[in-house]
Design a binder for this molecule. Structure first.
Ligand SMILES: Nc1ncnc2c1ncn2[C@@H]1O[C@H](COP(=O)(O)OP(=O)(O)OP(=O)(O)O)[C@@H](O)[C@H]1O
Ligand SMILES: [Mg+2]
Length: 248
């Protein structure tokens, strides 16, 4: 099983939108997929029509004292499951800090799902702390949605400084541009020639598209909501690029 996290120090940059659409694209490609909504806000749980709230105490589940697998919900799509959010996940960092396995704890929690799924997607809350450090161990790829703006690039650099990664780990961190408006010069320039601080971002990028905003109104991924939308095709392209990277 491959593990892909959507993560950014910044909020509102498109983590949830990408998590849901990449999961659905993988599912369309017949990959058995589990999306774990790690954000107390529960946005991806909402879009996928899931029910927020875990039936056991989050502290017990994250400590491995109660099986996480029992919390999995089905979505309307076959072989596409959801581990829903819970408001108590706002204490996620503290709970991960308390674990005995140190920075490998999240990886240990995830491992048993490998028997059933080919891909696990983690929709992460914004921020930069224990979760980010554990993601480096647990995820094959950390995708970082990035709005083309100097402040976003600065946030990415800050994330790299904080995590202090080895070269091999650094290669697992892949920014991609979201909310791209090709009418803007900076956006066009950065798509063609990304700033060096981003390293090697994904070649695929997601345009600004109102269809993406409709996802949370209509509670469906883009492939179902707007099959021919530019944004749908862009997420499909991003999935293909990601899949090729994961298979390499
Ligand atoms: N490509 C896009 N085009 C138009 N709107 C977008 C695009 N990507 C994201 N949005 C909108 O921006 C808002 C934030 O997106 P999203 O919830 O995916 O970000 P997030 O990083 O998960 O946010 P948070 O940090 O709160 O979890 C949402 O209203 C979403 O519909
Ligand atoms: Mg989100």
């Amino acid at each position: 099983m491959k593990v892909v996290a959507l993560h950014n120090l910044k909020g509102g940059v498109g983590k949830t939108s990408a998590a849901v659409n990449l999961a659905r694209e993988a599912n369309r490609d017949r990959v058995p997929v589990l999306l774990w909504d790690l954000d107390a806000q529960g946005a991806s749980t909402w879009v996928l029509g899931g029910e927020s709230g875990l039936s056991k105490k989050v502290s017990k589940l994250l400590a491995g004292k109660s099986p996480l697998g029992e919390q999995v919900q089905h979505t309307p799509w076959e072989r596409f499951d959801l581990l829903p959010a819970d408001i108590r996940l706002r204490e996620l960092d503290r709970l991960l800090d308390a674990s005995a396995d140190g920075d490998k704890h999240l990886k240990r929690l995830i491992e048993p799902f490998g028997e059933e799924y080919g891909l696990m997607i983690l929709d992460c809350p914004p921020g930069l702390s224990t979760l980010a450090e554990q993601l480096i161990r647990a995820a094959d790829r950390i995708l970082v949605p990035t709005i083309p703006s100097p402040l976003s690039v600065q946030a990415f650099s800050r994330m790299l400084d904080h995590l202090d990664l080895k070269k091999r780990q650094r290669e697992r961190l892949s920014p991609f541009f979201n909310l791209v408006d090709r009418r803007r010069t900076l956006h066009r320039d950065w798509i063609d020639s990304p700033p060096a601080a981003l390293g090697r971002p994904m070649r695929s990028w997601i345009p600004y598209a109102s269809d993406v905003e409709r996802m949370s109104l209509e509670c469906r991924p883009l492939a179902d909501l707007a099959p021919r939308s530019r944004a749908t095709l862009a997420y499909r392209q991003l999935w293909r690029e990601l899949k090729a990277d994961l298979d390499a």
